[in-house]
Design a protein around this ligand. Structure first.
Ligand SMILES: Cc1cc2nc3c(=O)[nH]c(=O)nc-3n(C[C@H](O)[C@H](O)[C@H](O)COP(=O)(O)O)c2cc1C
Length: 393
Protein backbone atom coordinates (compact mmCIF):
# COMPACT_ATOMS: atom_id res chain seq x y z
CA UNK A 1 0.00 0.00 0.00
CA UNK A 2 1.33 3.49 -0.81
CA UNK A 3 1.88 5.80 2.18
CA UNK A 4 -0.94 8.13 1.05
CA UNK A 5 -3.37 5.20 0.89
CA UNK A 6 -2.15 3.89 4.24
CA UNK A 7 -3.03 7.15 6.02
CA UNK A 8 -6.41 7.30 4.25
CA UNK A 9 -7.27 3.75 5.35
CA UNK A 10 -10.55 3.48 7.31
CA UNK A 11 -8.50 1.80 10.02
CA UNK A 12 -6.62 5.02 10.69
CA UNK A 13 -9.12 6.78 12.94
CA UNK A 14 -6.93 8.47 15.53
CA UNK A 15 -3.52 10.11 15.83
CA UNK A 16 -2.47 6.97 17.70
CA UNK A 17 -3.17 5.02 14.49
CA UNK A 18 -0.89 7.30 12.46
CA UNK A 19 2.05 6.60 14.74
CA UNK A 20 2.69 3.00 13.62
CA UNK A 21 2.29 4.05 9.98
CA UNK A 22 5.06 6.60 10.55
CA UNK A 23 7.17 3.98 12.29
CA UNK A 24 6.94 1.69 9.26
CA UNK A 25 8.05 4.44 6.85
CA UNK A 26 11.18 5.91 8.41
CA UNK A 27 14.38 4.50 9.95
CA UNK A 28 14.35 3.82 13.68
CA UNK A 29 16.65 6.79 14.36
CA UNK A 30 14.25 9.17 12.62
CA UNK A 31 11.15 7.71 14.28
CA UNK A 32 12.75 7.86 17.73
CA UNK A 33 13.92 11.42 17.13
CA UNK A 34 10.32 12.42 16.49
CA UNK A 35 8.67 10.18 19.07
CA UNK A 36 11.11 10.37 21.96
CA UNK A 37 11.75 12.70 24.87
CA UNK A 38 14.48 13.62 27.32
CA UNK A 39 16.12 11.29 29.84
CA UNK A 40 13.55 8.99 31.52
CA UNK A 41 10.73 10.50 29.40
CA UNK A 42 8.71 11.19 32.56
CA UNK A 43 7.38 14.52 31.25
CA UNK A 44 6.76 13.08 27.78
CA UNK A 45 4.45 10.43 29.26
CA UNK A 46 2.86 12.81 31.74
CA UNK A 47 2.01 15.35 29.00
CA UNK A 48 -0.45 12.83 27.55
CA UNK A 49 -1.56 11.06 30.73
CA UNK A 50 -2.53 14.25 32.56
CA UNK A 51 -5.51 14.82 30.25
CA UNK A 52 -7.16 11.84 32.01
CA UNK A 53 -7.26 13.85 35.25
CA UNK A 54 -9.72 16.30 33.71
CA UNK A 55 -13.23 15.08 32.91
CA UNK A 56 -15.94 16.67 30.80
CA UNK A 57 -19.34 18.02 31.93
CA UNK A 58 -21.72 17.70 28.99
CA UNK A 59 -24.98 19.60 28.58
CA UNK A 60 -27.40 17.10 27.15
CA UNK A 61 -30.70 17.69 25.36
CA UNK A 62 -29.57 20.97 23.82
CA UNK A 63 -29.67 21.49 20.06
CA UNK A 64 -26.22 22.05 18.51
CA UNK A 65 -26.97 22.23 14.79
CA UNK A 66 -23.52 23.39 13.73
CA UNK A 67 -20.23 23.87 15.51
CA UNK A 68 -18.05 26.91 15.07
CA UNK A 69 -14.40 25.93 15.40
CA UNK A 70 -12.98 29.37 14.60
CA UNK A 71 -10.49 31.03 16.92
CA UNK A 72 -8.71 34.39 16.84
CA UNK A 73 -5.00 34.19 17.43
CA UNK A 74 -2.80 37.33 17.33
CA UNK A 75 -5.57 39.01 15.37
CA UNK A 76 -5.81 36.21 12.77
CA UNK A 77 -9.08 34.41 12.26
CA UNK A 78 -8.21 30.70 12.16
CA UNK A 79 -10.65 27.97 11.12
CA UNK A 80 -9.31 25.73 13.88
CA UNK A 81 -8.11 26.29 17.45
CA UNK A 82 -4.89 24.36 16.86
CA UNK A 83 -1.73 25.46 15.07
CA UNK A 84 1.18 23.37 13.83
CA UNK A 85 4.13 23.66 16.24
CA UNK A 86 7.74 24.17 15.16
CA UNK A 87 9.32 20.77 14.53
CA UNK A 88 13.03 20.77 13.73
CA UNK A 89 14.47 18.47 11.04
CA UNK A 90 11.04 17.95 9.45
CA UNK A 91 12.81 17.38 6.14
CA UNK A 92 14.37 14.26 7.63
CA UNK A 93 10.89 12.81 8.14
CA UNK A 94 9.86 13.47 4.55
CA UNK A 95 11.47 15.48 1.71
CA UNK A 96 8.38 17.74 1.65
CA UNK A 97 9.25 18.68 5.25
CA UNK A 98 8.32 22.16 6.36
CA UNK A 99 6.89 23.13 2.95
CA UNK A 100 4.45 20.20 3.03
CA UNK A 101 3.39 20.91 6.60
CA UNK A 102 2.88 24.64 5.96
CA UNK A 103 0.84 23.91 2.83
CA UNK A 104 -1.42 21.48 4.73
CA UNK A 105 -1.87 23.97 7.58
CA UNK A 106 -2.81 26.78 5.19
CA UNK A 107 -5.25 24.58 3.28
CA UNK A 108 -6.99 23.74 6.56
CA UNK A 109 -7.20 27.42 7.54
CA UNK A 110 -4.70 27.34 10.35
CA UNK A 111 -1.23 28.68 11.06
CA UNK A 112 2.18 27.04 10.78
CA UNK A 113 5.23 27.80 12.91
CA UNK A 114 8.56 27.25 11.16
CA UNK A 115 11.47 26.02 13.30
CA UNK A 116 14.91 27.62 13.06
CA UNK A 117 16.16 24.06 12.45
CA UNK A 118 14.43 23.88 9.10
CA UNK A 119 15.66 22.20 5.94
CA UNK A 120 13.70 24.53 3.63
CA UNK A 121 14.23 28.25 3.05
CA UNK A 122 11.80 30.32 5.05
CA UNK A 123 10.71 32.15 1.87
CA UNK A 124 9.66 28.83 0.26
CA UNK A 125 7.74 27.78 3.35
CA UNK A 126 5.85 31.07 3.50
CA UNK A 127 5.04 30.89 -0.21
CA UNK A 128 3.60 27.37 0.22
CA UNK A 129 0.98 28.35 2.78
CA UNK A 130 -2.33 30.11 2.27
CA UNK A 131 -2.47 30.83 6.01
CA UNK A 132 -0.41 32.82 8.49
CA UNK A 133 3.13 31.58 9.12
CA UNK A 134 5.18 32.42 12.23
CA UNK A 135 8.94 32.01 12.62
CA UNK A 136 10.37 30.22 15.67
CA UNK A 137 13.66 31.78 16.64
CA UNK A 138 16.67 30.21 18.34
CA UNK A 139 19.72 32.43 18.70
CA UNK A 140 21.86 29.91 16.83
CA UNK A 141 24.75 31.69 15.17
CA UNK A 142 24.39 34.55 17.64
CA UNK A 143 22.77 37.94 17.18
CA UNK A 144 24.27 38.49 13.71
CA UNK A 145 22.48 35.43 12.32
CA UNK A 146 19.30 36.39 14.21
CA UNK A 147 19.35 39.90 12.78
CA UNK A 148 19.67 38.51 9.26
CA UNK A 149 16.85 35.99 9.68
CA UNK A 150 14.52 38.50 11.32
CA UNK A 151 14.96 40.78 8.31
CA UNK A 152 14.29 37.89 5.94
CA UNK A 153 11.22 36.80 7.90
CA UNK A 154 9.84 40.33 7.78
CA UNK A 155 10.39 40.64 4.02
CA UNK A 156 8.87 37.21 3.38
CA UNK A 157 5.68 38.15 5.24
CA UNK A 158 5.98 36.23 8.51
CA UNK A 159 3.39 37.52 10.97
CA UNK A 160 4.98 36.77 14.34
CA UNK A 161 8.16 35.54 15.98
CA UNK A 162 7.94 32.63 18.39
CA UNK A 163 10.90 32.81 20.77
CA UNK A 164 11.61 29.50 22.50
CA UNK A 165 13.14 30.04 25.95
CA UNK A 166 13.49 26.46 27.23
CA UNK A 167 16.55 25.46 25.20
CA UNK A 168 19.70 26.84 26.86
CA UNK A 169 21.24 23.54 25.75
CA UNK A 170 19.70 20.62 23.93
CA UNK A 171 17.92 18.12 26.21
CA UNK A 172 19.45 14.66 26.72
CA UNK A 173 17.42 12.56 24.32
CA UNK A 174 18.84 9.17 25.10
CA UNK A 175 17.20 7.40 22.15
CA UNK A 176 19.02 9.75 19.76
CA UNK A 177 22.41 8.88 21.27
CA UNK A 178 21.74 5.14 21.18
CA UNK A 179 20.56 5.34 17.57
CA UNK A 180 23.53 7.41 16.39
CA UNK A 181 21.43 10.38 15.23
CA UNK A 182 24.43 12.70 15.37
CA UNK A 183 26.62 10.37 13.34
CA UNK A 184 23.86 9.74 10.79
CA UNK A 185 23.12 13.42 10.28
CA UNK A 186 26.55 14.95 10.31
CA UNK A 187 29.28 12.37 10.92
CA UNK A 188 31.75 10.91 8.45
CA UNK A 189 31.17 7.60 6.67
CA UNK A 190 33.16 5.53 9.20
CA UNK A 191 31.08 6.84 12.11
CA UNK A 192 27.88 6.07 10.25
CA UNK A 193 28.67 2.40 9.57
CA UNK A 194 27.32 0.90 12.86
CA UNK A 195 24.02 2.70 12.34
CA UNK A 196 23.51 1.98 8.66
CA UNK A 197 21.42 -1.24 8.96
CA UNK A 198 18.40 0.68 10.34
CA UNK A 199 18.60 3.08 7.39
CA UNK A 200 18.92 0.28 4.85
CA UNK A 201 15.85 -1.36 6.40
CA UNK A 202 13.74 1.51 5.01
CA UNK A 203 14.75 1.58 1.31
CA UNK A 204 11.75 3.70 0.28
CA UNK A 205 12.72 6.42 2.74
CA UNK A 206 16.40 6.14 1.78
CA UNK A 207 15.71 6.55 -1.94
CA UNK A 208 13.55 9.63 -1.45
CA UNK A 209 16.07 11.07 1.03
CA UNK A 210 18.95 10.63 -1.43
CA UNK A 211 16.87 11.94 -4.34
CA UNK A 212 16.17 15.01 -2.22
CA UNK A 213 19.94 15.48 -1.91
CA UNK A 214 20.11 14.53 1.78
CA UNK A 215 19.72 17.10 4.53
CA UNK A 216 20.98 20.54 3.51
CA UNK A 217 22.93 22.89 5.76
CA UNK A 218 20.54 25.13 7.70
CA UNK A 219 19.24 27.60 5.08
CA UNK A 220 17.79 29.97 7.67
CA UNK A 221 20.82 30.18 9.97
CA UNK A 222 23.18 32.32 7.96
CA UNK A 223 25.88 34.39 9.59
CA UNK A 224 26.46 37.39 7.28
CA UNK A 225 29.45 36.77 5.04
CA UNK A 226 29.33 33.05 5.69
CA UNK A 227 27.05 30.41 4.19
CA UNK A 228 24.23 28.43 5.85
CA UNK A 229 25.25 26.79 9.12
CA UNK A 230 26.58 23.24 8.57
CA UNK A 231 24.64 20.47 10.30
CA UNK A 232 27.76 19.38 12.15
CA UNK A 233 27.77 22.71 14.04
CA UNK A 234 24.17 22.52 15.29
CA UNK A 235 24.71 21.09 18.77
CA UNK A 236 27.54 23.47 19.58
CA UNK A 237 25.46 26.36 18.21
CA UNK A 238 22.46 25.36 20.35
CA UNK A 239 24.69 25.24 23.43
CA UNK A 240 25.43 28.94 23.01
CA UNK A 241 21.95 29.92 21.86
CA UNK A 242 20.30 30.47 25.24
CA UNK A 243 17.76 33.28 25.05
CA UNK A 244 17.80 35.65 28.03
CA UNK A 245 15.24 38.35 28.85
CA UNK A 246 17.80 40.87 27.63
CA UNK A 247 17.93 39.03 24.29
CA UNK A 248 14.15 39.09 24.13
CA UNK A 249 14.18 42.87 24.55
CA UNK A 250 16.75 43.14 21.76
CA UNK A 251 14.65 40.87 19.50
CA UNK A 252 11.54 42.93 20.21
CA UNK A 253 13.25 46.19 19.24
CA UNK A 254 14.43 44.65 16.00
CA UNK A 255 11.22 42.86 15.05
CA UNK A 256 8.58 45.36 16.23
CA UNK A 257 5.82 42.84 15.51
CA UNK A 258 4.08 40.32 17.77
CA UNK A 259 6.30 38.01 19.80
CA UNK A 260 5.20 34.73 21.35
CA UNK A 261 7.27 33.37 24.24
CA UNK A 262 7.27 29.58 24.07
CA UNK A 263 8.37 27.38 26.95
CA UNK A 264 6.72 29.00 29.98
CA UNK A 265 5.76 26.72 32.91
CA UNK A 266 5.54 29.05 35.91
CA UNK A 267 3.70 32.18 36.96
CA UNK A 268 7.02 34.03 37.44
CA UNK A 269 8.14 33.44 33.85
CA UNK A 270 4.65 34.21 32.58
CA UNK A 271 4.55 37.61 34.32
CA UNK A 272 8.07 38.36 33.13
CA UNK A 273 7.10 37.55 29.54
CA UNK A 274 4.11 39.90 29.79
CA UNK A 275 6.30 42.66 31.25
CA UNK A 276 8.78 42.17 28.41
CA UNK A 277 6.04 42.81 25.86
CA UNK A 278 5.03 39.31 24.69
CA UNK A 279 1.80 39.22 22.69
CA UNK A 280 1.22 35.58 23.65
CA UNK A 281 2.73 32.87 25.79
CA UNK A 282 2.88 29.19 25.01
CA UNK A 283 2.79 27.01 28.10
CA UNK A 284 5.16 24.30 26.97
CA UNK A 285 7.85 21.87 28.05
CA UNK A 286 9.00 21.31 24.47
CA UNK A 287 7.00 18.08 24.27
CA UNK A 288 9.06 16.56 27.10
CA UNK A 289 12.27 16.93 25.09
CA UNK A 290 14.18 19.39 27.26
CA UNK A 291 14.24 19.30 31.09
CA UNK A 292 12.68 16.03 32.19
CA UNK A 293 10.48 15.87 35.31
CA UNK A 294 8.93 19.29 34.81
CA UNK A 295 5.11 19.34 35.03
CA UNK A 296 2.92 18.38 32.13
CA UNK A 297 1.91 21.46 30.13
CA UNK A 298 -1.80 21.05 30.95
CA UNK A 299 -0.94 20.88 34.66
CA UNK A 300 1.03 24.15 34.43
CA UNK A 301 -1.71 25.89 32.45
CA UNK A 302 -3.99 27.07 35.34
CA UNK A 303 -1.06 28.74 37.16
CA UNK A 304 -0.02 30.62 34.02
CA UNK A 305 -3.58 31.59 33.07
CA UNK A 306 -4.10 33.02 36.56
CA UNK A 307 -0.80 34.91 36.48
CA UNK A 308 -1.44 36.44 33.07
CA UNK A 309 -4.97 37.46 34.05
CA UNK A 310 -6.13 38.04 30.47
CA UNK A 311 -3.33 40.50 29.59
CA UNK A 312 -2.05 38.37 26.68
CA UNK A 313 -3.16 35.24 24.85
CA UNK A 314 -2.15 31.96 26.49
CA UNK A 315 -1.47 28.98 24.24
CA UNK A 316 -0.32 25.57 25.32
CA UNK A 317 1.38 22.62 23.72
CA UNK A 318 2.32 19.13 24.83
CA UNK A 319 0.43 15.87 24.56
CA UNK A 320 -2.37 16.98 22.23
CA UNK A 321 -3.57 13.84 20.46
CA UNK A 322 -7.39 14.12 20.51
CA UNK A 323 -10.23 16.58 20.18
CA UNK A 324 -11.02 16.13 23.86
CA UNK A 325 -7.45 17.23 24.70
CA UNK A 326 -7.94 20.45 22.76
CA UNK A 327 -11.30 21.07 24.44
CA UNK A 328 -9.86 20.52 27.93
CA UNK A 329 -6.95 22.92 27.32
CA UNK A 330 -9.30 25.62 26.01
CA UNK A 331 -11.72 25.15 28.92
CA UNK A 332 -8.83 25.69 31.33
CA UNK A 333 -7.90 28.95 29.63
CA UNK A 334 -5.83 28.34 26.49
CA UNK A 335 -6.76 30.48 23.48
CA UNK A 336 -5.36 27.80 21.18
CA UNK A 337 -3.03 24.81 21.29
CA UNK A 338 -0.02 23.76 19.24
CA UNK A 339 0.30 20.23 17.91
CA UNK A 340 3.77 18.77 17.41
CA UNK A 341 3.97 15.01 17.14
CA UNK A 342 0.31 14.71 16.13
CA UNK A 343 1.09 16.15 12.68
CA UNK A 344 4.72 15.02 12.56
CA UNK A 345 3.54 11.37 12.63
CA UNK A 346 1.45 12.23 9.58
CA UNK A 347 4.39 13.93 7.88
CA UNK A 348 6.68 10.95 8.45
CA UNK A 349 3.93 8.58 7.31
CA UNK A 350 2.98 10.28 4.03
CA UNK A 351 4.25 13.85 3.64
CA UNK A 352 1.62 16.51 2.97
CA UNK A 353 -1.20 13.93 2.68
CA UNK A 354 -0.25 12.62 6.11
CA UNK A 355 -0.26 16.08 7.70
CA UNK A 356 -3.64 16.83 6.08
CA UNK A 357 -4.96 13.54 7.47
CA UNK A 358 -3.73 14.36 10.98
CA UNK A 359 -5.40 17.78 10.84
CA UNK A 360 -8.63 16.25 9.56
CA UNK A 361 -8.64 13.61 12.31
CA UNK A 362 -8.31 16.35 14.94
CA UNK A 363 -10.91 18.57 13.25
CA UNK A 364 -13.55 15.83 13.08
CA UNK A 365 -12.73 14.75 16.62
CA UNK A 366 -13.10 18.30 17.89
CA UNK A 367 -16.41 18.91 16.16
CA UNK A 368 -17.87 15.65 17.49
CA UNK A 369 -16.63 16.46 20.99
CA UNK A 370 -18.33 19.88 20.94
CA UNK A 371 -21.61 18.34 19.77
CA UNK A 372 -21.49 15.65 22.43
CA UNK A 373 -20.71 18.32 25.02
CA UNK A 374 -23.67 20.43 23.89
CA UNK A 375 -21.43 23.38 23.13
CA UNK A 376 -21.98 25.41 19.93
CA UNK A 377 -18.51 26.89 19.49
CA UNK A 378 -14.92 26.87 20.60
CA UNK A 379 -15.44 30.45 21.77
CA UNK A 380 -18.13 29.29 24.23
CA UNK A 381 -15.90 26.74 25.98
CA UNK A 382 -15.07 27.59 29.57
CA UNK A 383 -14.43 26.01 32.97
CA UNK A 384 -18.08 25.04 33.34
CA UNK A 385 -17.53 22.22 30.81
CA UNK A 386 -14.77 20.48 32.82
CA UNK A 387 -14.09 18.98 36.21
CA UNK A 388 -10.55 19.98 37.20
CA UNK A 389 -8.92 18.37 40.25
CA UNK A 390 -9.32 20.69 43.27
CA UNK A 391 -5.56 20.74 43.85
CA UNK A 392 -5.05 22.40 40.44
CA UNK A 393 -6.63 25.64 41.70
C1 LIG B 1 10.69 16.17 16.51
C2 LIG B 1 10.43 17.45 17.24
C3 LIG B 1 11.21 18.56 16.97
C4 LIG B 1 10.95 19.77 17.62
N1 LIG B 1 11.67 20.89 17.28
C5 LIG B 1 11.38 22.08 17.88
C6 LIG B 1 12.07 23.25 17.48
O1 LIG B 1 12.89 23.25 16.58
N2 LIG B 1 11.75 24.41 18.13
C7 LIG B 1 10.80 24.48 19.12
O2 LIG B 1 10.55 25.53 19.68
N3 LIG B 1 10.14 23.36 19.49
C8 LIG B 1 10.40 22.18 18.89
N4 LIG B 1 9.71 21.06 19.25
C9 LIG B 1 8.66 21.15 20.29
C10 LIG B 1 7.29 21.44 19.67
O3 LIG B 1 7.27 22.71 19.10
C11 LIG B 1 6.17 21.33 20.71
O4 LIG B 1 6.49 22.12 21.82
C12 LIG B 1 5.94 19.89 21.17
O5 LIG B 1 6.09 19.00 20.09
C13 LIG B 1 4.54 19.74 21.74
O6 LIG B 1 4.35 18.44 22.20
P1 LIG B 1 3.61 17.30 21.36
O7 LIG B 1 4.62 16.78 20.41
O8 LIG B 1 3.22 16.31 22.39
O9 LIG B 1 2.45 17.94 20.65
C14 LIG B 1 9.93 19.84 18.61
C15 LIG B 1 9.15 18.72 18.86
C16 LIG B 1 9.38 17.54 18.19
C17 LIG B 1 8.51 16.35 18.48
Amino acid sequence: MTPSRAVASPRVVSIGDLRPVARRQVPKAVFDYLDGGAEGEVTLRENCRVFDDVTLRPRHAVAVPGCDLHTRVLGFDLSLPFLLAPVGYSRLMHPGGEVAAARAAGAAGTAYILSTISGHRLEDVKAASAGPVFYQLYLMGGRAAAEAVIERARSAGYSALVVTIDTPVSGMRERDYRNGMKELISGGLLGKIPFLPQVLARPGWLISFLRDGGLPDLPNVVIPGKGPMPLVDINAALASAAVTWADLRWIRELWRGPIVVKGVLTSDDARRAVDEGAAAISVSNHGGRQLDCVPASLRALPEVVAAVNGQVEVWMDGGIRRGTDIVKAICIGARAVLCGRAYAYGLAAAGEAGVARAIEILRVDLERTLRLLGCPSVGALDRSYVNVPVSWG
